[in-house]
Design a protein around this ligand. Structure first.
Ligand code: PLP
Length: 458
């Protein structure tokens, strides 16, 4: 790309982009009709487009730029590594300093017992790795019939065949005949959207967790391999489960001998105010797919943190785990990851989310719940949502699900704040380095957006 000081006119990028670049998760007819917004630079929590407009990135890219943009230290680490050893594989008993050191650094911040990481290049690949590894585990444990996965409707675990099957996005399944065999979905712990009238969050959380027990009993525990779920569902609409949910899920998995997989791709690396969302919710998983915040998105990377109770038997008894990617443990990605972890640790960003900037933004964010168009405002750490409703008392939604969410997202962009919309829920997950002043700006811009939406609906 040309340097930001030497950009071509925006329309030129839009034209070549529309002609040649097929975007993921995007209606290309809209790209052709309206052109894409072209981003040219970023610093801290701020994005700059080719028109020179500055926007707050309230979504950390796609929930990944945890340390914020413009970190010279990460860029420098990648540059130095690319000069010394830009690539070598980690197959066939080979390694290199960044892979060994990054694996160690991740294990140091992981909950106790997670001493091994298997590297991949994305969250999707991480979940594909889970799919294969969990089955191998039960094979070596002498229980080869345990092959079925249970996951959740409206969960998101990626776009590859296995990860999209574990995911419960019906619009994704409708294309290309997913899920594949061996995946079963239960209901999600979405109290605001799906509780019965008068049902408390605690009762609803228990009811949804017990769907797991019913599903296991129906399929037969002897056939079930693992339960896979995000500590907080991100793409599904920042669904924060009631307090009763995870303890009951954990109890059911332990009682019925099912592996528990906590997909930490969004929650990992500080988003919820602990290193992993599992720690925030008291989950004791066996496997944790990770990605995004692992390198803060500076370069693609993913992986699976594997608890010793799973890694031990597989390494001992399976011999080779016949799985891996050309770029597993890529040296440049590991160098970026090491610099990223060093920033998170040295700046105390995770503790800061829990003790300082998280509570600060939460206080302002939850106040938005008083707006007449907001049915519920919620936030844990630095990940939150606003439920848009037509009638606050009755929690009535707007007609044509999703249209109001998109409208609000566009209004927010016009107010200089990038938020995301899932159906009619607005989502926020800013970089963990944001200042108090920037948190105030996020709250102000979100409030202005709600007022603009009210005006548009009047
Ligand atoms: N798991 C979760 C919880 C995610 O949110 C995502 C992506 O948003 C993925 C997995 C897939 O990650 P990737 O897009 O890196 O393949």
């Amino acid at each position: 790309m040309d340097s930001p000081r030497n950009l071509r006119p925006t329309a030129e990028y839009q034209a070549i982009d529309a002609a040649h670049h097929w975007h993921p998760q995007t209606d290309m007819a809209e790209v052709n009709a309206r052109g894409s917004r072209v981003f040219a630079g970023a610093d801290g929590i701020w994005l700059t487009d080719t028109e020179g407009e500055r926007l707050i990135d309230g979504m950390s890219g796609l929930w990944c730029v945890n340390v914020g943009y413009g970190r010279e230290r990460i860029a420098e680490a990648m540059y130095q590594q690319a000069k010394v050893l830009p690539y070598y594989n980690t197959f066939f008993q080979c390694t290199h300093p960044p892979a060994a050191e990054f694996a160690q650094a991740i294990a140091e911040v992981a909950p106790e017992g997670f001493s091994k990481v298997f590297f991949a290049n994305s969250g999707s690949e991480a979940n594909d790795t889970v799919f294969r590894l969990a089955r191998v585990y039960w094979d070596v444990m002498g229980r080869p019939r345990k092959k079925t996965f249970i996951a959740r409707k409206n969960g998101y675990h990626g776009s590859s065949v296995a990860s999209a099957s574990l995911g419960g996005m019906s619009f994704m399944h409708a294309q290309s005949g997913l899920p594949i065999a061996g995946v079963h979905h239960i209901g999600q712990p979405y109290w605001f959207g799906e509780a019965e009238p008068g049902e408390s969050p605690a009762d609803f959380g228990l009811r949804r967790a017990r769907e797991l027990a019913s599903a296991i009993d129906r399929i037969g525990a002897e056939n079930v391999c693992a339960f896979v779920a995000e500590p907080i569902q991100g793409a599904g609409g920042v669904i924060i489960p009631p307090e009763t949910y995870w303890p009951e899920i954990s109890r059911i998995c332990a009682e019925r001998e099912i592996l528990l997989v906590a997909d930490e791709v969004i929650c990992g690396f500080g988003r919820t105010g602990r290193w992993f969302g599992s720690e925030t919710f008291g989950i004791k998983p066996d496997l944790m797919p990770i990605a995004k915040g692992m390198t803060s998105g500076y370069v693609p990377m993913g992986g699976v943190l594997v608890h010793d109770r799973v890694a031990g038997p597989v390494i001992e008894r399976a011999g080779e785990f016949a799985h891996g990617y050309t770029y597993s443990g890529h040296p440049v990605a590991c160098a970026a990851g090491l610099a990223n972890l060093a920033i998170l640790r040295e700046e105390g960003l995770v503790d800061r989310v829990r003790e300082d900037i998280g509570p600060y933004l939460q206080e302002r964010w939850l106040k938005l719940g008083e707006h007449p168009l907001v049915g519920e405002a919620r936030m844990v750490g630095l990940i939150g949502a606003l439920e848009l409703v037509r009638d606050k008392e009755r929690r009535t939604r707007f007609a044509e699900e999703g249209r109001t969410g998109t409208e609000a997202r566009e209004l927010s962009l016009a107010n200089g704040l990038v938020m995301r919309a899932t159906r009619d829920t607005l989502l926020i997950a800013p970089p963990l380095c944001l200042t108090h002043e920037e948190a105030d700006m996020i709250a102000e811009r979100a409030a202005r957006t709600l007022d603009d939406l009210a005006d548009a609906k009047a």
